[in-house]
Design a protein around this ligand. Structure first.
Ligand code: BDP
Length: 326
């Protein structure tokens, strides 16, 4: 940490020297779906400060919170084409555009959050990052989004409990396949619409991590959160590739360093605030249900894996990298 800080201070000083006399600063627009009180919002605000100081004011960042620049799939597309420069994205909605990124959307592909980071920080992560960069959306740093679990008006202990329920999922065929494999009715929907859909019964349930379950009020319109932890999907701080490549090597290093530092900050906040979010929703009356045996959920996903590998035989090697990572 200390070394990292020294390095980024040095980078900042170097960038400041470098940039003294530089012609003109540019302002990047940053997309973030979360509101105040969510760890990613604080991390993106910190990132804006870090990028400013690391680049000696050469790059400024205006962060638009609450998804006001558009839905997540739209914003991903906008970063790809350079209409928005940068964003905090979940890899779930990136999967339909970059097939390598879909690795993380296979249910139960990761054993734990640390395992997910080990895969991302190894060869698997290099393959995903390079494919994303080629698609125009370059990851500068990975951030934590914990594990996603189901919530509904009843406990979910087995895949059979999902049967017949209409469950909101993010936009990705792997998630619709996951719900269908349990006999449920998947309902892909924008994040901003889920609270109302739960409230009015348009959907019976959804799935997310504790901070998001809390921050957008899903806990106010549901009763049971069941710890299936079926998806551990990382997020990224991602930049338009062409924009990043057009920077001098010094500025690239400064921007990457700022993103890495913001990501570390996010992970620290996440650790504390996800525990707190669980406590807060429990205090508000949510029943958090431990699932004793997750094996039936994992077994129900066999068809999802089989169909996925049949349709994407070229992804088998990446799946094997993840599965063989300790
Ligand atoms: C949250 C993610 C956010 C997603 C949202 C969702 O941080 O990027 O848009 O889930 O379920 O946990 O749509």
């Amino acid at each position: 940490m200390y070394q990292k800080l020294c390095k980024s201070l040095l980078t900042a000083a170097a960038a400041a020297t470098l940039m003294a006399g530089a012609a003109s600063a540019e302002t990047w627009r940053a997309w973030n779906i979360h509101n105040d009180g969510h760890p990613n919002t604080a991390a993106m605000d910190r990132f804006a400060e870090l990028i400013d100081s690391a680049t000696g004011g050469e790059i400024k960042m205006e962060v638009f919170h609450g998804g006001v620049l558009g839905s997540q799939p739209d914003a991903i597309e906008q970063v790809r084409i350079g209409a928005i420069e940068i964003g905090n994205f979940n890899l779930g909605p990136i999967g339909p555009m970059v097939k390598e990124a879909n690795l993380v959307s296979l249910p139960f592909i990761f054993k734990s959050v640390p395992h997910m980071f080990r895969v991302l920080e190894g060869e698997g992560g290099d393959i995903i990052a390079s494919a994303m960069g080629d698609a125009g959306i370059l990851p500068l740093a990975w951030i934590d989004a914990g594990a996603r679990s189901f919530y509904a008006q009843k406990p979910i202990n087995t895949p059979e409990d999902v049967a017949g329920l209409k469950i909101r999922v993010m936009n990705n065929d792997l998630y619709t396949a996951m719900i269908s494999a349990m006999g449920g009715n998947p309902s892909p929907m924008a994040f901003s619409e889920v609270q109302q859909a739960l409230k009015t019964g348009v959907v019976d349930g959804a799935e997310n991590n504790f901070p998001s379950f809390k921050s957008v009020g899903h806990f106010e319109v549901t009763t049971n959160y069941s710890l299936s932890e079926h998806l551990i999907i990382p997020e990224c701080i991602c930049v338009n590739t062409a924009k990043f490549n057009a920077l001098s090597p010094e500025l690239q290093e400064a921007v990457r360093g700022a993103a890495e530092e913001a990501a570390l900050y996010q992970r620290e906040l996440w650790a504390v605030q996800s525990d707190q979010a669980r406590k807060d929703v429990e205090a508000a009356g949510i029943v958090v249900n431990e699932i004793e045996n997750k094996l039936p959920f994992q077994e129900a996903m066999a068809v999802v894996y089989a169909d996925y590998l049949e349709a994407n035989p070229d992804m088998r090697a990446l799946v094997e990298i993840a599965q063989s990572t300790e």
